[in-house]
Design a protein around this ligand. Sequence first.
Ligand code: ZN
Length: 559
Amino acid sequence: MKVILLGVSLLLLTLVIPPQSAADIVFKNGNVYTANDKSAKAQAIAVKGDKIVFVGTNEAAQKFVGTNTRVIDLKGNTVLPGFTDAHQHLSGVGQREMTLNLEGTTSLQDLLAKVKARVDQAQPGQWITGRGWIETHWEPSVFPTRWDLDTVSPNNPVILGRADGHGAVANSAALKLGGVDKSTPNPFGGEISKDKNSGEPNGMLLDSAQGLVRRRVPPTTRADEERAVELGVKRDIELGWTQIQDAGGSFADVDIFKKLYAAGTIKLRIYKAVYGPGPNASRLMNEGPTIGAFGNRLTVRTIKVVSDGALGSRGAALLGPYSDAPATSGFLTVKVEELRPMLVEALRKGIQVETHAIGDKANRFILDEYETALKAVPASERKVAEPRWRVEHAQIVNPADIPRFAKLGIIPSMQPSHAIGDLFFAPSRLGIERLAGAYAWESFIKSGVVVPGGSDAPVERGEPMIEFYAAVARKDQKGFSGEGWHPEEAVTREQALKMFTIWPAYAAFEEKLRGTIEVGKLADFTILSADIMTIPAPEILKTCNVMTVINGEVVYEAS
Ligand SMILES: [Zn+2]
């Protein structure tokens, strides 16, 4: 009798719903974390169009179920606000899938075997390009040389980027095509690594020196570039990313995104930066930003500056010499006379600036430059009073400079996986004392800033679960933590959730639009197989994305 009554009352409920208040999708039986401090948990969400119209209990959600509503039973799966990768290189992620992918290479021999397999299939003279090796994971941990590569590729030119993109190794055939020999001077912002005894280039090219050889590689076609974006987007949404903040590039990339959005081929949100100082930055300042095109999917309002290299290749600019190479302290890669007028113009025209800064010298340099520009253009003369300028990486920061971020309103955009990879070699590069301000997530948060989290893929693998784990565990994927790793800089689960949701939304001026699960916000969700807010940390790495929702549309569903 009870069952019948319940059935009848449910039927009545369904019938009395005015069609205009019925939702398109109702998610039920979820373990929902909203990232909204006022009501942190929920069971159900109703979505109409691209927006969230209800967050609450299963029972109360029932009133949004109409005849055409799709009801998705989440069976206890965990729902989070759609994850954002605050620092990624989208086409690089796609290109990694298309060229020789050297992620996870275990030794020099392993690298050479992979190259040999490629060379065996190549046409005479065809270039072999690839990316992803990290020699610090090898035993012994030494950079590969041109002579190593020559043993497997004596004729085909080869250039293979280190995962961080700040160094590459080329073989003799490639160096010859690039015109690089004993007498070639280092270009600005780069270094041609030389053999200590003979003075011959040993094949390692750092930062801008890579260009000497790379410009000889036949350019990729527009079709290749579109394919790379499609592959990158496919991988990202499968992993559960709903937005990526694309840390640099050109208007040619923007044109590709526009074409693919217009054709409905890509659904991922992209918050795009273009490189500056230079023609792309000038064009952005002249034409003005693009905000929220294609259903709030595409925004272009940011200039990306690169102020130094990376720690692994000793290109990061340090205040003192490297502990393991006292003759060098790295180098800055931006010209002050070009940067300064660009920063002032960006403030006047309402353009956001984000700057790659790894070493403590680069971080101090860019804080100084930002501060000078902010003083020169007071809020009343800025198009956007609160410009939310960012420092990408903010990796090695002198502890005295950490509070300056909050004081100046500068956002440190950081990548947890860098710490758990770099901390294997950072102690030798920097010495134990300089690690006090290294990868200092918790110190930054306590100082009063938000810390958007990113992966920097393809520098790292680009997986949200690796990033979330790294942020909360601050141990490598096997659970290792060594001297100088500063475990107290790990963040709480709640902070980590914000690092990949509401904080990157804030860093993109989108905190009112997305980043939490709240009525009125865009319906972006990352739905996981386990509760990463409570399970033991190692289990986070085994957690899978089961569904990705962007703009109220299920764009990926695990089979
Ligand atoms: Zn990057």
